[in-house]
Design a protein around this ligand. Structure first.
Ligand code: NAG
Ligand code: NAG
Length: 466
């Protein structure tokens, strides 16, 4: 109840409003009074006392009920006027982004919210909820298209009064894309003599995301060998040798390489990398035996190739020389192709460079050279070629091609005239340069010119046995 006497100043209304909402404040005037009871229908009961200037004054009292009606004299006001928020790219439609708040001092303002600008591709929607404006995702976001939105949000009251606010929405990249190897599957080759640390190849994977979601680390899952011949640089994808390789031990590797991005959870791609080890001429020919020995008849036909005659013929013809050496080379291609040669200075024999068959190159004579110790070579066709040597000993077999011969043409023996029958007169000796039975000399007297008194005591003389 407000009871107030008019004073000198007509605006000087005072009173205590005690019957409305428990307000205790002094009321200075109606306007203030009204503001103090926002949004409530307000009836103010005023008791008006009219007092005249007579003596004594006459009073008249009246009760006045003042009903204060709201007019739309206030704009909606956003508080705050700036919003800064972040939303994940993969949030589904309907996900709340943020809510904005506008207030309006007027009674029952029925604020209408809308996004008036910046809503590219209609990604966002706004609805009024308990007087606030709730911004939600309306269409799936795509970080690649729009990374940041600057929305202008407008709150309009029923009387078209409005205020605007600005909402910054940052879109964060979702780990949408897995890494993808560019040229998978990979194959590469490396020389077997590549030094440790040689980069064999560099694999590269790309990722459609950005930032950490596109940060790729590489790893090696498995290996064809014992697992430690190669390593991969986790950042660059360079595959590097960690050991000396040997094609003759293992000529190829199949690696499994994984690229993993930095998203949570991480996405990955896996590919095969085939590495073939390229041959290097690092192996010398190896002969099938540490040394070879053979025999040849001294009357072997010069240059006869045993490969041109049948086994049958060889069986019967000891005159033909069959002698072959062979070597292998672990390397590949030309590096492993062996040709044969004889060390320089050997003129009695020749070797077939392809087959390794050794043949006589001239007429042999056991009586002048019975043994040959020569050196044969196996040379591969690498660049440069590698050479192995093997000793070859050849024994020349005897042929009865030399007649026995006496030291002199004429032998003179002396015998005493009274020698008894059977006395030894002397010994004669003939030499045969041949060997074995071919060298056994049989003696006989073929011309008994004077008398039959001499008999030859035949004896066999083996003059040389080697
Ligand atoms: C949104 O992005 C802008 C520009 O990239 C940046 O300055 C701002 O701090 C970001 N806001 C939030 C909430 O991350
Ligand atoms: C021949 O000579 C040997 C010894 O030189 C002797 O033993 C042998 O009796 C001799 N034969 C004859 C028939 O004289």
């Amino acid at each position: 109840m407000l009871v107030r006497r008019f004073g000198d100043r007509s605006t000087d209304w005072h009173g205590t409003k005690s019957d409305q909402g428990g307000l205790k404040s002094k009321v200075k005037n109606f306007v203030l009074c009204y503001f103090s009871i926002i949004n409530l229908a307000l009836n103010i009961l005023v008791q008006v006392i009219a007092e005249d200037k007579g003596t004594p004054p006459q009073l008249a009292t009246a009760s006045v009920v003042i009903t204060v009606q709201d007019v739309n004299d206030n704009d909606p006001v956003f508080n705050p006027k700036l919003y800064d928020t972040v939303v994940a790219e993969d949030s589904p439609p309907g996900t709340p982004v943020t809510s904005v708040t506008a207030t309006d001092a007027d009674e029952n303002p029925r604020l209408h919210y809308e996004i008036s600008a910046g809503n590219t591709r209609g990604r966002f929607a706004i609805t009024a909820q308990n007087g606030r404006g709730l911004i939600t995702i309306a269409q799936p976001l795509d970080y690649k298209l729009d990374k940041r939105y600057i929305l202008t949000v407008k709150a309009t009251d029923s009387g078209s009064r409005f205020d605007t606010a600005t909402v910054y929405v940052n879109v964060t990249d979702a780990n949408n894309y897995p890494p993808v190897f560019e040229n998978a599957p990979y194959s590469a080759s490396v020389f077997e003599d590549a030094p440790v640390g040689t980069t064999v190849l560099i694999v590269t994977a790309t990722d459609g995301d950005v930032g950490q979601n596109a940060h790729i680390t590489y790893s090696l899952a498995s290996n064809g060998g014992d697992g430690s011949e190669f390593t991969i640089n986790s950042q660059t994808g360079a595959i590097v040798t960690t050991k000396a390789l040997d094609r003759e031990t293992l000529s190829g590797y199949l690696l499994t390489v994984t690229a993993k991005d930095g998203g949570v959870p991480a996405l990955s791609d896996t590919t095969d990398v085939e590495i073939s080890v390229t041959d290097v001429n690092d192996n010398s020919p190896v002969f099938s035996k540490p040394s070879y020995s053979g025999t040849i008849s001294e009357d072997a036909l010069v240059g006869t190739s045993v490969l041109q005659v049948s086994q049958y013929l060889i069986f019967f013809s000891f005159l033909l020389f069959m002698f072959q050496i062979s070597a292998t080379d672990q390397d590949m291609g030309l590096n492993g192709r062996v040709r044969y040669a004889l060390a320089s200075g050997v003129d009695a024999f020749a070797i077939d460079p392809t087959t390794g068959v050794i043949r006589s190159a001239k007429q042999l004579d056991r009586e002048s050279t019975a043994y040959y110790d020569i050196v044969a070579l196996g040379i591969d066709r690498g660049t440069p070629g590698l050479t192995s040597e093997v000793p070859v000993s050849i024994r020349v077999l005897d042929i009865n091609d030399s007649p026995p011969s006496f030291d002199t043409d004429k032998i003179v023996l002396y015998v005493a005239e009274n020698s008894p029958v059977g006395s030894s007169v002397g010994e004669i000796l003939a030499h045969d340069p041949d060997e074995g039975p071919n060298a056994v000399v049989q003696y006989s007297i073929i011309g008994k010119t004077n008398t039959p008194i001499f008999n030859l005591n035949l004896s066999f003389i083996l003059n040389k046995f080697m």
